[in-house]
Design a protein around this ligand. Structure first.
Ligand code: 7LY
Length: 318
C-alpha cells in the first residue's frame, strides 16, 4: 500500500530496481539530505513468511558491524507490510559475476581481494559472529573497487562466544566444511575458514574445487579430512598473502562505532539546530533512523573527499 512508502520517500528519491532476489527486491535510490546514492533492500513481510527471522538476524548483526569491507547498513524502516534496509551503494555488483566476466583473476588481483575478505571475516569473528555463508555471491564491489561482505541472514553469534559448537547445517554445499555437512557440531569460525579456502580457489581457478550436480557425490568429494586447518591468526600473515606487502592484513575497523566524526557532528548540529554534545549523544544511540543514515552518509562523503555538507533546499518542494 502506498502508505508503506510514505516515510521512505520522505528521505530517499527512489530509482530503478536493480535486482530481485529470493525474498527481496533491491532498488537504487538517492538520500535527499546528502545527495548520496544508496541501495534499498525491500522485503514484504507477508511473502517473507518463515524467512522473517532470517531478516531480523541480518539486521541485528549488521547494526553491530561497522567495517571498511562490510556493506554498511544505514537505516531500517519497518511499516505494517514492509521492511526497508537502506544499504551501502555497491555499483560493481557481485564478485561472482566479476570472476565469471574475467574467467579467473590474476594472482595479484586475487590477493588484493582475498586480503579484504580475510580482513572482513577476522573482524566479524572478533565481534563474536560467524558468517556461515561465505561465497562470491555474497561479496559486492563498491565504487572504489573494494569488496563489501553482505548477507548476514545465516550468521551466528553463539552466546558463549565463537568457540561454542554450532549445530545448524546451513550455507551453500560447495562452500561447506566437511564437519558441517557431516552434521557434526562445528565451530563457526572454522567453517568460515574452510569456505574462504573454497572462495580463494574459485578466485584463482575460476571454478569450484568440489563440484557435482549430485549433492551426495559433492559431499563425498568434500570429505577430505581437514587435517590441520589454518587459523585466522596465521592467515593474516600467510606468505602468499604477504607477497608484495610489508604488513599482515589490517583487519581492525576504520570506523569503530565508538568513534564519532567531529566534522559530521558539526554539520548535523547546525542543520538540526542541536548542540554538538546532544547531536553526538543522539548519533551514538545508533537507532538506524534518519539521524544514523545522515551521519553515516556524511562520513562517506568525507571519505570520498566530498564536502561534509547537507542540502539546505529540499529537492522536492512539498
Ligand atoms: O548497490 C548495490 N548494487 C548495485 C548497484 C548499482 C549497480 C549494480 C549493483 C550492478 C548492476 N548494474 C547497475 C549498477 C547493492 C548494495 C547492497 C546490496 C545488499 C546488501 N545486503 N544485501 C544486499 C545489494 C546490492 O545490489 C545487489 C545486486 C543487484 C544487481 C546486480 C548485482 C547485485
Amino acid at each position: 500500500a502506498v502508505d508503506d512508502y510514505e516515510e521512505l520517500l520522505r528521505h530517499y528519491e527512489l530509482h530503478e530496481t536493480i535486482g530481485t532476489g529470493g525474498f527481496a527486491k533491491v532498488k537504487l535510490a538517492r538520500h535527499r539530505l546528502t545527495g548520496e546514492k544508496v541501495a534499498i533492500k525491500i522485503m514484504d513481510k507477508e511473502s517473507l513468511g518463515d524467512d522473517l527471522p532470517r531478516v531480523k538476524t541480518e539486521i541485528d548483526a549488521m547494526k553491530n558491524l561497522s567495517h571498511q569491507h562490510i556493506c554498511r547498513l544505514y537505516h531500517v524502516i519497518e511499516t505494517p507490510n514492509k521492511i526497508f534496509m537502506i544499504l551501502e551503494y555497491c555499483p560493481g555488483g557481485e564478485l561472482f559475476d566479476y570472476i565469471i566476466a574475467k574467467d579467473r583473476l590474476t594472482e595479484d588481483e586475487a590477493r588484493i581481494f582475498f586480503r579484504q575478505i580475510v580482513s572482513a571475516v577476522t573482524y566479524i569473528h572478533s565481534q563474536g559472529y560467524a558468517h556461515r555463508d561465505l561465497k562470491p555471491e555474497n561479496l559486492l564491489i563498491d565504487e572504489d573497487q573494494n569488496l563489501k561482505l553482505i548477507d548476514f541472514g545465516l550468521c551466528a553469534k553463539p552466546k558463549g562466544g565463537l568457540d561454542y559448537h554450532l549445530m545448524t547445517c546451513c550455507g551453500s554445499p560447495a562452500y561447506a566444511a566437511p564437519e558441517l555437512i557431516q552434521g557434526k557440531a562445528y565451530i563457526g569460525s572454522e567453517a568460515d575458514i574452510w569456505s574462504m579456502g573454497v572462495l580463494m580457489y574459485a578466485l584463482i581457478c575460476g571454478y569450484l574445487p568440489f563440484d557435482d550436480d549430485n549433492v551426495m557425490m559433492l559431499y563425498k568429494k568434500i570429505m577430505v579430512d581437514p587435517k590441520k586447518r589454518i587459523t585466522v591468526k596465521h592467515l593474516l600473515s600467510h606468505p602468499w598473502l604477504m607477497q608484495g606487502y610489508s604488513c599482515p592484513v589490517e583487519w581492525h575497523s576504520k570506523y569503530p562505532l565508538c568513534y564519532i566524526d567531529e566534522d559530521c557532528v558539526t554539520e548535523l548540529s547546525v542543520f538540526f539546530k542541536r548542540s554538538k554534545a546532544s547531536m553526538s549523544r543522539l548519533i551514538s544511540e545508533w537507532n538506524y533512523d534518519q539521524t544514523t543514515a545522515t551521519y553515516l552518509l556524511l562520513q562517506s562523503k568525507k571519505g570520498h573527499g566530498k564536502p561534509v555538507r547537507l542540502k539546505r533546499i529540499p529537492d522536492v518542494i512539498d
